[in-house]
Design a protein around this ligand. Structure first.
Ligand code: THU
Length: 135
C-alpha cells in the first residue's frame, strides 16, 4: 500500500476520536505485511489516566486478532482534528511498537501537506525489548 493511502486511513481514523477533555484528535493506521490495515483513535476518560492513544488502539486491535507482522504505521493529530504538523507518538506508544516491531518498521507522520517517514530505530534508539534484554 502506498504511504499516501495509509495516511488517508489515519486521517479517517482521527474522525473516530473521543476527546472531550483535550480536544486533540489523533488517528493511526497500522499496516500488516499482507496489506491488512488496523485503524485506531485516541479515547479519553474523565479520570485522565485511562486515556488510550490512537496508536495503541490500533496495535491492540491487531494483536487481539493474532497479528504480529507489522510493517508501517501512519499517524496524524491536531486540535479539533486540524493537522498543522507532525504529531509524533508518545514514549509509551513507541515502547509498544518496540514490543512487536523491528528496527525497520516505518512511521509516517502526516503533515499539513504530506508526510514525513522515520524508522522505529530512529524514534526509539537504544531501547528495552524482550529480544535484547530478556534472553
Ligand atoms: N495522544 C495520542 O493519541 N497519541 C500519542 O502518541 C500522543 C497523545 C492523545 C492522548 C490524548 O487524548 C491527546 O492525544 C492529547 O495528549
Amino acid at each position: 500500500m502506498e504511504p499516501k493511502e495509509l495516511c488517508k486511513l489515519a486521517v479517517e481514523a482521527m474522525g473516530h476520536a473521543y476527546v472531550p477533555y483535550s480536544g486533540y484528535k489523533v488517528g493511526a493506521a497500522l499496516l500488516c505485511a499482507d496489506g491488512t490495515v488496523y485503524q485506531g483513535c485516541n479515547i479519553e476518560n474523565a479520570s485522565f489516566s485511562p486515556t488510550v492513544c490512537a496508536e495503541r488502539t490500533a496495535f491492540f486491535k491487531a494483536v487481539y486478532d493474532g497479528r504480529r507482522d507489522f510493517t508501517a504505521i501512519a499517524i496524524c493529530g491536531g486540535r479539533d482534528g486540524v493537522i498543522t504538523g507532525a504529531f509524533p507518538p508518545c514514549g509509551v506508544c513507541r515502547q509498544v511498537m518496540r514490543e512487536f516491531c523491528e528496527d525497520d518498521f516505518i512511521l509516517y507522520f502526516v503533515t499539513a501537506d504530506g508526510y514525513e517517514a522515520h524508522t522505529l530505530a530512529e524514534v526509539l534508539p537504544y531501547s528495552f525489548s524482550a529480544k535484547t534484554h530478556m534472553k
